[in-house]
Design a protein around this ligand. Sequence first.
Ligand SMILES: *Cc1c(COP(=O)(O)O)cnc(C)c1O
Length: 464
Amino acid sequence: MPRFIPEPYRIKMVEPIKPTTRGEREAYIREAGYSLFRLRAEDVYVDALTDSGTNAMSDAQWSAMLRGDEAYAGGRSYFRLVDTARDIFGHAFIQPVHQGRAAEKLLLPLYLKPGKYAIANLFFDTTRAHVELAGARCLEACCPEAADTKSRAPFKGNMDVARLEQLILEHGVDSIGLVVMTITNNSAGGQPVSLQNMRNTAAVCRKYGIPLCIDAARYAENAMFVKLREAECAGWTLRDITRAFFDLADCFTMSAKKDAIVNMGGLLGIKRADAPQVQLVKAGCISYEGFYTYGGLNGRDLEALAAGLVEGLDEHWLRYRLGTMEYLGARLDELGIPYQAPAGGHGIFLDATGFYPQIPYHQFPGQVLAVELYKACGLRGCDIGSYMMGNDPDTGKQLRAINEFTRLAFPRRVYTQSHYDLVLEGIEQVWQERQALHSGYKITWEPPILRHFQASLAPVAGEG
Ligand SMILES: *Cc1c(COP(=O)(O)O)cnc(C)c1O
């Protein structure tokens, strides 16, 4: 059992959380249509629904907010953010936006339209939605190790580069609008992508003249994994590693609500200042987000984001962050509980098929496990499996995910060691009771796109 790494921060302000009983939680989840997204957050004890925008800001970030310049155009805070982001990522054009999906909405339609495809090492749900909203379709080429939760490959987020090239040739070079590299690979379990894999992917893109975009939400966790696992980079700084990745991309979209440790914000980057997309992004931003020097954010948000970009790349912080996930993984190994191993950067992805082999994918084992964990200990996670995948946009048929995961994504700098131990106790309890369940859920109502955020469910076996 590895010793845990003590939190590299201390607490200056607290937010009380409220314990609930199992009986109360059973009623709350039934009232919520068995949707974790429709629970009231105050009825959750440890909230691992997402690490997005749920982070605790530092005293330095809160202080920086006081100097936010709220000028409509050309504010000081805009220039501070752009200078910081250019310095880290090396892209000439930086556009702040209110979150990652706003960057996707502005950028993806510039490369994609009906008849085109985007290929990724796996798409995150909103990225998939924005590819489809642009009229294009998604193709995926994730390395095969990602599908095997037990294989302890160091870079399970990698692109399958041979498959990428095969897809390009199968569909025709002219129909591929964009290649997207998601770092870390969220849908594969927060698994990292190696620098060598990024280089190989970029080489294929260059060969066929296809632009390469980084979906960069967890670029800092990815850089730390690369430093720890890729021999060539052991002596590099995290900034060196980050630069090496972004130098290989033509553009990036980034949800700053993850590794940049803010509650709201996003970035869009374009490497070359003279790229035709720059003017189009600025114009789109003015129409949808706000003037391009604030991009839908307050001046104070731009300051918090600039400070967060720097803090998020701190090596001590990231050693603790990855160390916490490793601690959780080591305990699950001891208990023989299946998860996407080795542990990812931002969370633990429990293998729900390993818990419930008796429940078929169209009854959503990942959702079943999420509901059971909530009932057991007030822990909120979510399905990253067939329930999240939704239906094929053309045939309307339920898609089948490669893995049926229940994701526990942990907010940054929010919970302590004892919360993580509580999480482990809850998981162990649900694991011991896993054979008592014989069926899952059916959908009683769903919207046409991104259904898992809003759908209602009912137990297939009827209300117990
Ligand atoms: C969160 C996330 C997004 C979307 O960002 P939002 O800030 O939630 O709009 C896109 N891609 C990945 C990989 C993400 O994790």
